[in-house]
Design a protein around this ligand. Structure first.
Ligand code: PMP
Length: 310
């Protein structure tokens, strides 16, 4: 837990700004027992003036509301209110660098009369928001990717458009498998062997000037960064773009591979590995490099639409 008085030392919890040690949750918390929490990750970029702007805040809070709906939670705060609260939290914590905002809404306790057990209805919910410093990496991170045997949860089990805490167990297992093989992150597939996504980011392949990314049927979380990148590709690069069903063969045959996500932003994949394909080293490619530049300009220039409209 962060100490009082240092960066990240204010939190938002259930209607109030509090210190971390004022937040206590019982071991019976439903989300802790059953993985029934919905969350988001939003980047706040700091400008020369000292102002901070959250990138695509409206989209992130819209996705949070959709994830909450999956868990039968109706948020009592609107997207505009949540954005205002997050802005106040950033100000209170006086962060001097780019930061990351983490809202989480979780199932808490059985309401009187609700029978004990795993369920969604008749269970209360709470919201918490925290912020941590998270500088962006100039020129884009380098990430090595291991083709994992751990599969992404099929949408028929948990809707993949929802960012649900319980859905990250397999992602954590996949990351452990990847790091045990000496790689940074895991490339996960669907149960029918289509490429899906990395542990916390979407994946793109560039082959012969065609950019391809797994489509929505491949159990992906439709990333906010992914959609921004699809738009950048369309508007600024003279390449064909396809959302498609892709295989491990496509991955290992690609000229460039990159990841997109709030945390990683746009990351160059510099090596791929799997027992059957061996290790393939990739250069930081020109299309990825161009996108890294375009994305850096986009996140630093785009006005905060939501705030502007308030
Ligand atoms: N997939 C998963 C599983 C994720 O956790 C994330 C991060 N939210 C992404 C993809 C990328 O989504 P976004 O660009 O909205 O951060």
């Amino acid at each position: 837990m962060t100490a009082r008085g240092t960066s990240g030392s204010w939190r938002y919890f259930d209607g109030e700004f509090v210190r971390p040690d004022e937040i206590t949750l019982p071991d019976t918390t439903q989300a802790l027992n059953y993985g029934t929490g919905a969350f988001e990750g939003i980047r706040a970029y700091r400008f020369g003036s000292g102002a901070m702007t959250m990138f695509r805040v409206k989209e992130h809070f819209a996705r949070l509301a959709r994830s909450c709906a999956t868990l039968q939670i109706e948020l009592s705060e609107s997207a505009e209110q949540l954005a205002a609260i997050s802005n106040e939290l950033l100000e209170r914590n006086d962060l001097q660098i780019d930061s990351y905002v983490r809202p989480i809404v979780f199932k808490r306790a059985l309401r009187p009369g609700t029978p004990f057990g795993v369920r969604l209805s008749g269970v209360s919910a709470q919201i918490a928001i925290s912020v941590v410093p998270m500088p962006s990496v100039h020129g884009g991170r380098n990430v090595t990717l291991w083709l994992s045997d751990v599969r992404r949860t099929p949408a028929a089990a948990v809707p993949s458009h929802a960012k649900i805490t319980g859905n990250y167990v397999n992602n954590a297992l996949a990351v452990e498998e990847a790091t045990a093989h000496g790689y940074d992150d895991a490339m996960m597939r669907t149960i029918d062997d289509r490429l899906s996504e990395a542990s916390t980011s979407n994946v793109f392949l560039v082959t012969d000037q065609v950019v391809r990314t797994p489509d929505i049927r491949c159990d992906i979380l439709p990333g906010v960064t992914r959609s921004a990148v699809l738009r950048l590709l369309e508007e600024h690069l003279d390449v064909r773009v396809e959302e498609a069903a892709l295989t491990a063969t496509d991955l290992f045959a690609a000229d460039e591979v990159f990841l997109t996500g709030t945390g990683v932003e746009i990351a160059h994949v510099t090596a791929l590995g799997s027992p059957s394909h061996g290790r393939r080293v990739l250069a930081r490619g020109p299309i990825t490099s161009r996108l890294v530049e375009l994305y850096a300009a986009l996140v630093r220039q785009e006005p905060n639409q939501l705030m502007a409209n308030m």
